[in-house]
Design a protein around this ligand. Structure first.
Ligand SMILES: *[C@@H]1O[C@H](CO)[C@@H](O)[C@H](O)[C@H]1NC(C)=O
Ligand SMILES: *[C@@H]1O[C@H](CO)[C@@H](O)[C@H](O)[C@H]1NC(C)=O
Ligand SMILES: *[C@@H]1O[C@H](CO)[C@@H](O)[C@H](O)[C@H]1NC(C)=O
Ligand SMILES: *[C@@H]1O[C@H](CO)[C@@H](O)[C@H](O)[C@H]1NC(C)=O
Length: 470
C-alpha cells in the first residue's frame, strides 16, 4: 500500500487489510477523481442519471449482472446503467467501462489468492467475450473469447459468480449459469463440471455476499449452497426488501425518509462514533448509536448492523469498549457488561454491574487496551487513568492530563493510539507520547482518511442498514 508522503495512512496504520490505495494515481486528494483515464472507476466521476433512480432499479425485471468490485462495492448492471452500492443514483455504465458497448450478460470478481495475477480481477461477460479489469482498468489482452479463458464455457451466459475455496470444497471455483445449466469451473485444475442443481435455474444474475451465494431471477432471489446446490427455506424472496432501497419496501423502509437513521447507518456520513475496540484476532469494531460496524469487512462492503446481531441482549448505546484476555467489556453509562469471546459472544453471568465496582471508576468516555498488554487506559474528560487488569483491576492509577478536552472513543493497535472526536481522529505513536503531548496531534478526517469515502455525489457506497437474508 502506498501512502501520500507526510499523510498518515490510517488503513495500514490500523493494521487493516484495506488493500485499496485510493491515492493510487499518485495525485493524492483523498481519492477524488475527475474523469481522466487514470482515475478509479468506482469513485464515480461522471454525472449521475438521477431521474432514473429508483424507478428503474426497483423494477420487476431485475438486473443483467451483479458483482462486488475490487473495493467491496456491489455493482448492479442493467442495460446502459450501473448502480454502485445498495442505494443511490444510476450512472452510465460506459463512464466506468468505456470499452463495453451495450448490456453485459454476467459479472464476477475472481477470488484466487494463490494467483495474484488474477485475484480480485473483475470480469464482465458479453456474448462470446469477456473483459478483465484489475483495479478498475482493462487488462492487456482483453477482451478475449470466453472459450479461451474458460474452455468449455458457452457464450451468451445468464450469470456468473466466484466461489471461494473455503466455501467450495477447498477449490477456488467459478459458477456459470445458462438456462437450467450450472457449470462449475475449477480455477486451479481447470476442471469443468456440470452441476445438476434443479433448484438453481434461470439465474439472471448471481453474487456472493458476506460468504453466501445468491441467484437472482428477475427481482426475486434465492440463496443456494455452493456445494450441494440446495436452496434455503423461504425462497425466492424479493431483492427490493434486502439488496436495495426501494420506496415503501423492505426492512429498512421506515428509515427511508429519515435522514437521522440513514446517517447512523452510513459510515460516510461524518456522524461521530462512540466507541471502538480491537479483539484478539485484530478485528476492529466501531459503535455508533445502537449499531456496530466491523472494520475489516470492506471486501464485502461496509455494513452497519444493529447491536443485537452480535450481542443478543444488548440495547442502547455503547459508550466505551475494550477487549482483554478473550473477554469484551462494553461500557454503557455507569454499567459494564463482560462478554466471553469465542464463536460469538456470550454474556458473563452477573453482568451488567457497576463500573465503579468492576474497574474503580464511575465514568468513562473512552477505554483502550494495547496488544499483548494487561494495561487498560480509561479516558474521562481531559484525563487518562491506567488500570492493571491482571494485578489490580479495581484500582486505577493517578489522573494524567491529556491534551484533549473530550474524546468519544479510543483504540490502540500495534500502530499506536487513536483518539476519536466528532468527525476527526488523532494518532499517537504510543501511550507515552499521548501523555507527554502538550497539544493534540493533528486532526485527521474519519470519513476521508479512515473510510476513504467517495466524493459526495457517489452516494451509492454508503452502506445502509441492510437486512442480511438468513
Ligand atoms: C483532471 O486531472 C488531470 C490529470 O491529473 C488534469 O490534467 C486535469 O486538469 C484535471 N481536470 C480537471 C477538470 O480538474
Ligand atoms: C455512453 O452511453 C450513453 C447511453 O447509451 C451514450 O449516449 C453515450 O454516447 C455513451 N458515451 C460514450 C463515450 O460512449
Ligand atoms: C426455468 O425456465 C424454464 C423455461 O422457462 C422453465 O420451464 C423452468 O420451470 C424454470 N425452472 C426454474 C427452477 O425456475
Ligand atoms: C428517525 O430514526 C431515528 C433512529 O432510528 C429514530 O430514533 C427517530 O425516532 C426517527 N424519527 C422519525 C421521525 O421517525
Amino acid at each position: 500500500m502506498r501512502c501520500a508522503v507526510g499523510a498518515l495512512c490510517l488503513c495500514s496504520a490500523l493494521g487493516l487489510a484495506l488493500a485499496y490505495p485510493l491515492k493510487q494515481d499518485g495525485r493524492g486528494g483523498g481519492g477524488k477523481t475527475n474523469g481522466t483515464g487514470s482515475s478509479w472507476h468506482h469513485l464515480g466521476s461522471y454525472p449521475s442519471v438521477e431521474d432514473k433512480e429508483p424507478k428503474q432499479r426497483c423494477s420487476e425485471e431485475g438486473f443483467d449482472a451483479i458483482t462486488m468490485d475490487e473495493a467491496g462495492v456491489m455493482l448492479f448492471f442493467k442495460g446502459d446503467l450501473v448502480w454502485k452500492g445498495f442505494a443511490g443514483a444510476a450512472e452510465l455504465k460506459n463512464a466506468s467501462w468505456p470499452e463495453i458497448q451495450g448490456p453485459v450478460d454476467a459479472a464476477l470478481r475472481i477470488h484466487h489468492p494463490d494467483r495474484p495475477s488474477i485475484h480480485d480481477n473483475v470480469y464482465l461477460f458479453q456474448g462470446k467475450h469477456l473483459w478483465a479489469y484489475a483495479q478498475g482498468r482493462l487488462k492487456d489482452g482483453y477482451p478475449r473469447l470466453i472459450e479461451e479463458e474458460f474452455p468449455g464455457i458457452p457464450g451468451d451466459l445468464d450469470a456468473a459468480v466466484e466461489c471461494h475455496a473455503q466455501e467450495c470444497s477447498h477449490a477456488a471455483t467459478v459458477f456459470f449459469f445458462k438456462g437450467t445449466v450450472v457449470y462449475s469451473y475449477d480455477l486451479t485444475t481447470k476442471e469443468l463440471k456440470q452441476r445438476s442443481w434443479p433448484s438453481v435455474a434461470n439465474c439472471s444474475a448471481a453474487v456472493r455476499w458476506l460468504g453466501r451465494y445468491y441467484c437472482f431471477q428477475g427481482i426475486q432471489f434465492l440463496r443456494f449452497d455452493p456445494v450441494t446446490g440446495q436452496v434455503g427455506a423461504n425462497y425466492p424472496r424479493d431483492a427490493r426488501d434486502y439488496f436495495m432501497r426501494c420506496p415503501g419496501r423492505g426492512h429498512g423502509h421506515h428509515t427511508q425518509g429519515n435522514a437521522t437513521a440513514r446517517a447512523i447507518a452510513d459510515r460516510c456520513s461524518g456522524r461521530p462514533f462512540q466507541a471502538f475496540f480491537s479483539d484478539d484476532t485484530g478485528r476492529i469494531y466501531a459503535f455508533r448509536e445502537g449499531h456496530y460496524f466491523q472494520l475489516d469487512s470492506h471486501r464485502d462492503g461496509w455494513h452497519a448492523w444493529p447491536l443485537k446481531h452480535l450481542w443478543k441482549d444488548l440495547e442502547g448505546d455503547v459508550d466505551a469498549a475494550f477487549s482483554w484476555d478473550n473477554k469484551l467489556y462494553l461500557v454503557q453509562g455507569s454499567q459494564v457488561t463482560i462478554y466471553q469471546t469465542g464463536r460469538g459472544y456470550t454474556r458473563v453471568d452477573g453482568y451488567p454491574r457497576p463500573l465503579q465496582a468492576e474497574l474503580g471508576v464511575a465514568e468513562a468516555d473512552a477505554t483502550f487496551t494495547c496488544p499483548r498488554s494487561q494495561a487498560l487506559y480509561i479516558i474521562h474528560g481531559n484525563h487518562l487513568r491506567r488500570v492493571d487488569l491482571e494485578l489490580s483491576p479495581g484500582h486505577p492509577g493517578p489522573l494524567q492530563p491529556i491534551p484533549h478536552a473530550h474524546v468519544d472513543g479510543a483504540l490502540c493497535t500495534s500502530k499506536g493510539v487513536f483518539l476519536f472526536h466528532g468527525s476527526d481522529f488523532h494518532h499517537y505513536a504510543d501511550v507515552d507520547q499521548l501523555i507527554k503531548a502538550t497539544a493534540p496531534a493533528p486532526a485527521k478526517s474519519i470519513v476521508v482518511d479512515f473510510f476513504h469515502c467517495p466524493p459526495p455525489h457517489a452516494v451509492g457506497q454508503g452502506a445502509p442498514s441492510l437486512h442480511h437474508p438468513q
